[in-house]
Ligand binder design. Structure first.
Ligand code: PLP
Length: 486
């Protein structure tokens, strides 16, 4: 056990050292020819400025967009491409100087869930997600002409960050179209990488239509973030690293949106060891992959807002589906409560800040959707860490409520001196700490000498919550607990 811990600490230290070195300018001998910048800083800036000015002059919402404009030759549902192991191996080799191998460490939560859990920590990458793998691979294998023209993508978050960052690293012009709801922090980060950032579109589908049209108008290669074959190949490198780091893995639980990560990992791992179980974890509010499996092809599945916003894709990728469908062993749909609890556990136990999409694999286990994995060696990619600080604060509170560590209760007590003290003494004897308290005197039907009190209590865990609930109910007949109230 101590050896495992030492190994984990070593992996994390080596990762930080390698990442720091990589972020500095490294001598050309350490790179492949493909790692070298295409445009110099000045030329890149000039090309991006030109694109920005030309796009600015267009009325993007009034563009005349035809069916032909929306056709993406790389992602044609009529002729889906099946990803091969060789493409993944080549991608892994290609990106090795630009995307650092992330640690895959043993989890402190193993005992709690009765599994040998390992976390693959892609949230530690420069832009905070695994999307760098596919983005770098795709940019590196563009032709010279394509590199000179540049690429375009539509994304609300991690794919946009990844193409903007690696575009800047490789000297390739990048334009991203982000929907209006894209978090301001992600929009600003994309801009900080010098890319052309257009915030347009009521949702991702509209941003994608605009991006495809602009791609055709300006000769920019459109890069689908979860279905371009070179994106899938890059994502597969995560699977190869897992095989290297946990060779006797029994199962991997993969957060799934459009299916690119799932397809890449499934091919990488099943090609080497067909006995490893590949499990897809979706948000139950974005059930695109399960819908596709049922229909036998990618089909529309309505998405609702979810904590796992990175997984909110209404039609999964054609290449991703065709590649992954025959290889996956199970799909599970995770609820919001457990995604919040997973984020909370990762902060508290692993000291890791992970976004909803990245925490979905762990959420599936905490929700008890995978009992067959008990006693097995299981890897979970923590594949993204881009969560707004304000959202994180709210999620942690929700997580505490879902975890029954915050209790809300309404009590009616006498409005005479001493009754509040009596109530507080009761809470204190029960070991519950008062987080918030509010008096209601006006909107009451009880007698004039009563007051209703709303209290929020902090308790240790579920068992303690039950104990405290029982004590309060025994002492206050009319106590209403928030859960009963729902
Ligand atoms: C953090 C995170 N995890 C998982 C996914 C799902 O990846 P895919 O769309 O390839 O299924 C995404 C997609 O954006 C993501 O951002």
């Amino acid at each position: 056990m101590q050896n495992d811990i030492d190994d984990d600490v070593k992996q994390e230290k080596q990762f930080t050292k390698r990442k720091t070195m990589m972020n500095k300018k490294r001598p050309p001998t350490h790179m492949t020819m493909l790692d070298q910048r295409f445009f110099s800083d000045a030329d890149l800036h000039e090309r991006q400025q030109k694109l920005e000015n030309e796009i600015k002059n267009l009325d993007l919402l009034a563009l005349d967009i035809s069916e032909d404009d929306l056709y993406d030759e790389w992602c044609d549902p009529e002729t889906p491409r099946i990803l091969s192991f060789e493409e993944i191996a080549a991608a892994a080799y290609r990106i090795k100087y630009g995307v650092e191998k992330t640690p895959c460490t043993h989890s402190h939560l193993s005992r709690v869930v009765d599994m040998d859990l390992y976390f693959k920590k892609d949230f530690l990458l420069n832009t905070g997600s695994f999307k760098e793998r596919g983005a770098r691979n795709t940019l590196m294998i563009l032709s010279r002409e394509e590199k000179a023209q540049g690429i375009i993508a539509a994304s609300a978050g991690n794919h946009a960050l990844a193409v903007c960052y690696h575009g800047q690293q490789l000297g390739i012009p990048v334009v991203v179209v982000m929907p209006r709801h894209a978090p301001i922090m992600k929009v600003n980060n994309c801009k900080s990488y010098g890319a052309v950032v257009i915030v347009k579109g009521i949702d991702l589908a509209e941003s994608k239509r605009i991006a495809l049209k602009l791609g055709k108008l300006f000769g920019l290669r459109y890069i689908n973030g979860f279905d371009h074959p070179h994106i899938l190949a890059g994502q597969g490198s995560l699977g190869l690293e897992v095989l290297d780091q946990v060779p006797d893995v029994d199962a991997i639980v993969v957060p799934t949106g459009g299916g690119g990560l799932l397809a890449g990992i499934a091919v990488a791992i099943k090609s080497v060891n067909p006995h490893v179980q590949i499990i897809a974890a979706e948000s139950e509010r974005a059930p695109g992959f399960a819908a596709a499996m049922k229909a036998g092809r990618p089909t529309f599945a309505e998405c609702h807002s979810t904590l796992a916003d990175g997984l909110a894709v209404s039609v999964v990728g054609a290449n991703a589906y065709a590649t992954a469908a025959p290889l996956i062993d199970k799909i599970v749909a995770v609820n919001e409560e457990y995604i919040a609890i997973a984020i909370l556990r990762l902060v508290e136990v692993e000291k890791a800040v992970v976004e909803g999409a990245g925490a979905t694999g762990l959420a599936a286990i905490l929700q008890g959707l995978l009992p067959e994995l008990k006693g097995k060696k299981v890897v979970i990619p923590l594949c993204g860490g881009n969560i707004d600080t304000t959202v994180l604060g709210r999620v942690l509170e929700r997580g505490l409520v879902a975890d029954k560590r915050l209790l809300k209760v309404w009590l009616t007590v006498s409005d005479r001196p001493g009754s509040l003290a009596h109530m507080c003494k009761l809470f204190s004897n029960a070991g519950a700490s008062v987080k918030d308290i509010y008096h209601e005197r006006a909107w009451l039907k009880s007698d004039m000498f009563s007051v209703q009190i709303q209290v929020v209590l902090e308790v240790r865990d579920r068992e303690h919550a039950e104990e405290v609930t029982k004590i309060i109910s025994e002492n206050y007949e009319d106590a209403i607990f928030y859960q009963d109230h729902l």
